[in-house]
Design a protein. Structure first.
Length: 497
């Protein structure tokens, strides 16, 4: 057995050090862009004197913190995100998928080593001596066998190594899919919490307006009974009140559906969710927004890294298809003992061994292997274009988020001015009507404008928060600065307990 193993292991090491056919993967270069938007953005956004209206500083070439959600300075948002990352089943599924991919790599790595198996057998047999010309007698005996078998496929052209490389790339893809799942989940949780706060603020505002319009309707009815106004005025006020009351069920529906969604994000059921709604007035807008360089985006976005891994996998697949067209070399050896008695297994006479080698070269496969290689090359082209599309979309996401942050700050500023004007107009219309100098139609029109302006202001305030979330998500979310990332990946892959 020593005679057979020594040259076999030497060949293993020599072949593993050889080259592998097919193209070698080289990561695509980062785009040469120097900024994300068509025009340079200001260093500071507009400000408005309302909660959520503070100016934000756009700071280029600043890194994003790992726990970027803490920049909102809300303990409730932080608690929601942490709970979601721990309990959401989509995260657990992504971790299991990564674990599966890593185990597939380990399984394929075993093909680079000799395959050793042991066997033992006992056979009780009766043979007729007539077949050997010794009359009609028979012989009954036992046959004992034991053997150690070794086989090895020489990876002369790197097909196995390319297969391992491909599986490694697929595992890398799943690793960044896990990061993308975390990032998307965190952004969705914060967006849902902000939406919930916005809807609650709209409901509270609508209730305030309904109370005020109810008082106005009662006053109008009293004046109608005294002959001071017509029935048309009463009906118009009633119609306005009914319209506003009709908006409440829709807002309540959206609010409850948002809370149901938050419960699912947190890995539970809607009936288990009892977290109080955020107060939109108490949310703090991050004042400093770290903006990464465009050249770093391809390193930071999990989806870009994931599609880069798919490109790597497709490159290795071309090597696998190429190696399948070349000779396949294998070595086998066995060492064992045979005997009709157990004592024979321990004597030199019972020793049996064999060494063999084989070379297999495909000659005619009906074009199958060539077609598979061409298909692998086409798949490589697909992966390259998908990677390019992902990069373009990522730059678009960042540009859209930056433009939204700038323009929505201006929108909030204008919405605040419009709300103040509408409130002042309503006060004047009511005062003139009370003094007999204005019509009730002017009052109704002013009330409608004030109602719309107040709701628009709430929506504009919420938009600034969601724009900020979208920017952090578009820039990759700072996963590379999270201390728990490596431990999480190691734990899901069985490296840590």
């Amino acid at each position: 057995m020593r005679f057979a193993a020594t040259p076999l292991l030497g060949l293993c090491l020599a072949v593993q050090a050889g080259c592998a056919v097919g193209p070698d993967f080289h990561p695509p270069e980062a785009p040469p862009s120097v900024r994300f938007t068509e025009n340079a953005l200001p260093d500071r956004t507009a400000a408005a004197a309302t909660p959520g209206g503070s100016a934000q500083n756009l700071t280029p070439d600043r890194d994003i913190p790992g726990a970027w959600w803490e920049l909102f300075r809300s303990s409730q948002i932080t608690a929601l995100v942490i709970q979601a990352l721990k309990a959401n089943p989509d995260v657990a599924a992504a971790q299991a998928t990564l674990r599966q991919a890593r185990e597939n790599v380990r399984a394929e790595q075993g093909a680079l080593l000799p395959q050793v198996s042991a066997s033992a057998g006992l056979q009780r047999q009766r043979e007729s001596l007539a077949g050997f010309g010794f009359g009609g007698g028979s012989s009954t005996f036992s046959l004992y066998t034991s053997a150690l078998n070794v086989s090895y496929t020489l990876d002369a052209f790197g097909g196995i190594r390319r297969q391992i490389e491909q599986l490694n790339a697929q595992a890398e893809y799943e690793r960044f899919q896990l990061e993308a799942t975390d990032l998307t989940l965190a952004a969705n949780v914060i967006d849902a919490a902000i939406t919930e706060a916005s809807l609650q603020a709209q409901i509270d505002t609508t209730r305030d307006i309904i109370r005020a319009d109810t008082d106005a309707l009662n006053l109008t009815r009293q004046r109608f009974q005294l002959g001071g106004v017509s029935q048309v005025d009463v009906l118009q006020q009633q119609s306005l009140l009914d319209t506003q009351v009709a908006t409440l069920p829709g807002l309540r529906k959206q609010l409850q559906q948002t809370r149901n969604q938050l419960a699912v994000y947190l890995g539970g059921h809607p009936d288990e969710y009892a977290t109080p709604t955020l107060d939109l007035d108490r949310l703090m807008l991050p004042e400093d927004l770290p903006i990464s360089l465009p050249s770093k985006l391809v390193e930071q976005r999990p989806d870009i890294r994931a599609f880069g891994a798919l490109l790597h996998s497709a490159t290795a697949a071309v090597g696998v298809a190429t190696a399948n067209m070349l000779p396949q070399i294998s070595l086998t050896g066995s060492y064992g003992r045979d005997g009709t008695d157990l004592s024979n297994l321990f004597t030199p006479a019972g020793i049996v061994w064999s060494i063999a080698s084989s070379v297999s070269q495909p000659i005619f496969e009906g074009g199958t292997l060539l077609a598979r290689r061409r298909a692998a090359q086409a798949a490589l082209d697909v992966a390259a274009w998908q990677y390019s599309s992902t990069v373009n979309t990522a730059f678009q996401n960042v540009a859209n988020a930056l433009v939204a942050i700038e323009r929505d700050a201006e929108t909030l500023q204008a919405s605040l001015a419009a709300q103040k004007t509408a409130a002042a107009s309503l006060a004047v219309a009511r005062s003139q009507y009370a003094a007999g100098a204005g019509t009730y139609l002017n009052v109704l029109t002013a009330e409608q404008s004030d109602f719309s302006a107040r709701l628009n202001l709430i929506a504009a305030r919420a938009a600034r928060f969601t724009d900020t979330v979208a920017l952090f998500q578009a820039l990759g979310g700072g996963w590379w600065n999270r201390s728990d990332v490596d431990q999480k990946v190691a734990r899901c892959c069985g490296v840590l307990p």
